[in-house]
Design a protein. Structure first.
Lengths: 623, 443
């Protein structure tokens, strides 16, 4: 049942060092020097074939660093179970302290990251086009605008993104809707003679028409069988003799085919011995195109793939630049940054209209637009990744500036506005983020703190113990404690303190922003208290100081950014086995100047992006 | 002309998918007993226990403030206390307890890769009851799947109370307009002569692709393949329907549309506000049951951890989840209880609507069971030990309603599910931690 790719989450949830906390060496040998004694002390009684082996977990073979690196799945499993607190079992007297658990998991991570030899590129589960990708692809393929978000059920999202194959499920309802969608799309096509001529290609014979369409719809050269079966559909039939009916059926069958609806990457032939293979040019074009434009490859990518040139790293990198410079890379800002940072959700967010009068749909749309334009600018200007944490500009128009209390911005178009006030600038000053991390009627330092840890530092706090949520009884009083005071009391309980000491201060520093991101001096009649004590004892106050503290952990932030982008690009969650690839991407990003576009380029040119695992994952065979 | 009494099922199959016929009296009810229906209403975030749980047990129970809206239906409601879902105790506070509520299955902890729980009781029922209706089951809700991994669990879990298989949550529809269209119009599949050939070609390609892939990729294609098979069935229905009298068909279709939702309410279908959408969804369930378009439905008032703002209620200012963590502060528990009570009001309204639909000598309500439940007891503590559960209806006289039943030693929630399945005509040997129906549910 164990799966290495799901583990990193758990692993990191336990692996959090507080702000300004541990900064240990990256030396894997030193890490191993700490891990082995931990295993001997806490695990070997039950998991060593010299004594006994419970649950099939045996650490006896991990005799040295090399052996440990040779079994990343075992390391990942140890990290997951120990990190989650499930092992050693609660019944053992001598259980490791929380700090020791954290150090152990971090060490395992270091060992995995330093593993030599080629990393496995992994194997994303077959991906169906998300509704948004479907709509954009239909537009490019036929010129028809189709509102997929309105027609298809909302997709489940995994790892923060809606384009991961694992949670894109098919159901009879969905397939019915796919069918109805094709009817609607083709009706729209038939109603527009200009579009119809381009799609039906009346000057070509059936075979050429089918081949031309399939090449685009299937995003690769079609097989002769795929063409022949559709040529047969094209034949005039007595029961429906209208001239276009046949070709329409051929188009429809392509739009319903799994080769259109899914992004198929074929398995290697069974006789193949290699663990992984390079993607072919067309598969690579598809990955690249959906990554940066959320749609099918354009004609240039198709031509490059046909010519077999896309596998050339320099060509690939140039295509990244070309796509990011084009207007349709807006999809990348909307779908990647929009889901990673979360601002894509703001348009659907309901806030309390009585408490926050004036927070209307237009403002929500603008808050979304602010995020999109900010990340588009990062890409086109190749601004440093840290700009996401702290920028000296914001993308504003008059309405947004007014919302933020910034003077001197007039008119409707959004534009980069230089900021003098360091409280704004970067995602922590964005109204979308501040709203999405609040409750309908009030701010939540806990939600905001947790969002920073999860999203910006890739260090989600572990889940609260089963009884959390019940604040201590003595907290129930009518003396009018502020939210902050009650949280502080909550933290006096040692069971809560270990996590909330990390979470809450980050949110406290943002208390100067209300539940929709406006600056405020008072909270329900009391002056806002935005002082915070970081876990290392340092006192900070307000968002500028918070950003400065976060910038001290820029390494963690860059890692979080890289992992989020790789998750989105690959369409799968990352695991311990991907640590080496993440490290490599970060190193190449730094070499190329450390900008946002440099990161995109490093992701696309990574082995992980350009290859695919061919063997079945071991975990799957165990099952 | 003599007309032989027509078997209702055969008629419906012949009439095809989109015919939302109300149960017209032309059908001799003695030819086939009225079908039994199951609706599951899921409420997130638990209840304020003191306001929910009746003090008295047995038939003499008195309605509590939260249950008060059920006064007109008290005698047809079975309130259940003490039930628990053992396999959902651990994990975290909400998602696990939501997604396994109807299966009692263990939930695999994952951020989304390889989600796994169990086939739920409504889907077990639908697999059998759905054979006789155009739509096997409805899965409805109000909130989209949020895109986060929370506490190590994919939010897929918290957004699904129905699972078609242990690895496949049943996608739910959250827009009333789309539900309406699905009920009234059915799919367009089959309208064109070549549709069948198109679908056959797609099936063939999907099969070939499935053979060429392995592991999870193949499982994904197989999911698709199964769903296209279902579409094939609807095309066949459509073909049979076309064979019928077209004028007669149009007349019935008009009738059907009215049966599903009165003309006057159809302009509400795109309503964005939560209370209206909730009422519409429940109305659509009732209409679908009435027209026998389906016999199984589940509805999620909200997803697990729903933070939906209930300020539209007098006396409430805030989100559901936030208020569920009431810390025993009276001003919060009062609001929490009001929110719970609003949910019960919606149930009462649904019961009333179903009571007003005659079926032979009985009513739609008496032939149905509505299971109303949350995955938590006290939301403040994420308490899984005693769940707020009630069942309303009659199930054709099988349901021992009109009582407050308190479970002591043998308190398996899945025992309730097994009892309901038995009365629905889908006896099932085992579900979750239970291997026999709970005592006291059925007569």
């Amino acid at each position: 049942m164990y799966n290495p790719r799901t583990t990193l989450l758990f692993l990191l949830s336990a692996a959090l060092a507080g702000l300004g906390g541990l900064a240990p060496a990256q030396d894997p040998a030193a890490a191993w020097g700490r891990v082995r004694p931990f295993l001997d002390r806490h695990c070997a009684d039950c998991h060593d074939s010299g004594r006994r082996v419970r649950g099939g977990v045996d650490f006896a073979g991990l005799t040295d660093l090399e052996a440990a690196q040779g079994d990343p799945e075992l390391l990942a499993r140890a990290a997951e179970l120990v990190g989650r607190g499930e092992m050693p079992p609660a019944s053992r007297k001598d259980r490791p302290e929380a700090a020791a658990v954290e150090a152990f998991v971090r060490d395992l991570e270091r060992i995995a990251a330093a593993r030599s030899g080629p990393a496995s590129p992994g194997r994303p589960t077959l991906r169906r086009l998300s509704p948004d990708e479907y709509a954009r692809t239909i537009r490019d393929l036929l010129g028809v605008t189709f509102d997929a978000a309105e027609r298809f059920p909302a997709e489940a999202a995994t790892g923060g993104f809606d384009n991961l194959g694992d949670t894109l499920f098919a159901s009879p309802t969905l397939v019915e809707k796919y069918f109805d969608a094709t009817v609607e799309i083709l009706d729209a096509l038939d109603a527009d003679e200009g579009l119809a001529r381009k799609a039906y290609l009346p000057d070509l014979d059936d075979a050429a028409f089918v081949a031309s369409f399939l090449r685009r719809a299937f995003r690769r050269p079609p097989t002769s069988g795929e063409i022949a079966s559709r040529v047969a559909l094209c034949a005039v039939r007595p029961e429906d003799p209208s001239p276009r009916a046949g070709r329409r059926a051929a188009l429809q069958s392509a739009l319903l085919s799994p080769h259109f609806l899914y992004r198929v990457e074929r398995d290697a032939p069974a006789e193949s011995e290699a663990d992984s293979r390079p993607l072919d040019d067309h598969e690579l074009a598809v990955r690249l195109s959906y990554f940066l434009t959320s749609t099918m490859p354009d004609s240039r990518l198709r031509d490059l793939a046909d010519a077999g040139r896309l596998r050339d790293e320099a060509v690939l990198a140039a295509e990244v630049d070309r796509l990011l410079a084009a207007p349709r890379s807006r999809a990348f800002a909307e779908n990647f940054a929009g889901q990673w940072i979360g601002f894509r959700e703001i348009r659907r967010r309901a806030v309390d209209f009585r408490r926050y009068s004036g927070f209307d749909q237009t403002l929500k749309d603008l808050l979304f637009e602010e995020g999109v334009r900010f990340f588009q600018r990062l890409a086109t200007e190749d601004l440093p990744l840290e700009t996401i944490l702290d920028a000296d500009f914001a993308m504003l128009n008059e309405r947004l500036a007014k919302h933020y209390g910034i003077a001197g911005v007039e008119g409707w178009p959004l534009r980069p506005v230089a900021l003098t006030d360091r409280r704004r600038g970067g995602v922590l000053g964005m109204g979308a983020v501040l709203t999405l991390t609040s409750y309908p009627l009030r701010t939540s330092p806990v939600l905001r703190g947790r969002w920073i840890l999860e999203t910006l530092l890739d260090a989600p706090p572990p889940p609260p113990p089963p009884n959390a949520g019940t604040l201590p009884e003595d907290d129930v009083q009518k003396d009018g404690l502020t939210l902050r005071q009650r949280l502080e009391k909550h933290r006096a309980d040692p069971a809560c303190a270990s996590c909330h000491a990390r979470i809450d201060p980050l949110g406290f520093a943002l208390e100067g922003f209300d539940g929709v991101g406006r600056a405020r001096e008072e909270d329900q009649g009391r002056p806002v208290d935005d002082r915070a004590t970081l876990p290392d004892g340092r006192e900070i106050r307000g968002p500028a100081a918070l950003k400065a503290a976060l910038l001290e952990r820029a390494g963690d932030f860059r890692r979080a950014a890289a992992k989020a982008m790789m998750t989105y690009a690959l369409g799968r969650e990352l695991g311990l086995a991907d640590e080496a690839a993440v490290r490599d991407v970060l190193a190449r990003t730094a070499d190329a100047g450390g900008g946002y576009r440099a990161l995109v380029r490093a992701v696309v040119t990574s082995e992980t992006f350009r290859r695919r695992e061919t063997t079945r994952p071991r975990a799957e065979e165990k099952r | 002309m003599m007309r032989a009494p027509m078997d209702r099922r055969r008629f419906l199959r012949a009439a095809g998918v989109a015919l939302a016929l109300p149960r017209l009296e032309t059908f001799r009810e003695d030819a086939a007993p009225a079908p039994r229906r199951l609706a599951v209403l899921f409420m997130p975030n638990g209840v304020h226990v003191p306001s929910w749980t009746p003090k008295e047990t047995g038939a003499a129970y008195r309605l509590t403030p939260t249950l008060e809206p059920l006064r007109p239906h008290r005698d047809r409601v079975l309130v259940l206390s003490g039930l628990r879902n053992r396999n959902a105790f651990e994990g975290e506070g909400h998602y696990v307890k939501t997604t396994s509520l109807l299966s009692g299955a263990r939930v695999k902890r994952t951020g989304g890769h390889d989600v796994r729980c169990g086939t739920t009781m409504d889907q077990i029922a639908a697999a059998v009851l759905g054979r006789d209706t155009p739509i096997p089951s409805l899965e409805l809700g109000t909130e989209p799947v949020r895109n986060v991994v929370d506490m190590g669990y994919s939010t897929v879990y918290g957004a699904h109370v129905s699972w078609r298989s242990p690895t496949l949550p049943a996608a739910k529809e959250i827009r009333p307009r789309l539900v309406f269209e699905r009920l009234v119009r059915g799919s367009r599949a089959g309208a064109r002569p070549r549709d069948r050939r198109v679908v056959d070609l797609v099936l063939e390609e999907a099969r070939a692709l499935s053979r060429a892939l392995s592991g999870r990729d193949r499982a994904k294609v197989d999911e698709y393949l199964d769903s296209v098979h279902a579409l094939e069935g609807r095309i066949d229905d459509f073909a049979r329907r076309r064979a019928g009298d077209e004028a007669e068909e149009r007349r019935r279709l008009g009738l059907a549309a009215d049966a599903v939702l009165p003309e006057a309410r159809r302009d509400e279908l795109d309503a964005r506000d939560f209370p209206t959408r909730t009422r519409l969804m429940l109305d659509l369930v009732v209409a679908a049951f009435r027209a026998d378009l389906t016999r199984v439905a589940s509805f999620m008032f909200g997803n697990a951890v729903s933070g939906l703002n209930f300020s539209f209620l007098e006396g409430v200012a805030g989100g559901f989840h936030e208020l569920s963590h009431h810390e025993n502060r009276p001003e919060k528990t009062a609001q929490y209880a009001l929110i719970n009570r609003w949910h019960v009001e919606q149930l009462a309204r649904m019961i009333q609507a179903m009571k007003e639909i005659p079926e032979g000598d009985s009513t739609l309500f008496e032939n149905s069971a509505i299971l109303f439940a949350s995955g938590l007891g006290d939301g403040n503590a994420h308490d899984p030990k005693s769940l707020p559960v009630l069942v309303a209806g009659g199930l054709g006289g099988r349901l021992a309603s009109g009582r407050h039943l308190v479970f002591g030693r043998d308190r398996k929630l899945c025992g309730l599910h097994l009892a309901l399945l038995e009365a629905l005509g889908v006896p099932t040997a085992q579900l979750g931690d239970a291997d026999r129906p709970a005592d006291g549910i059925l007569v």
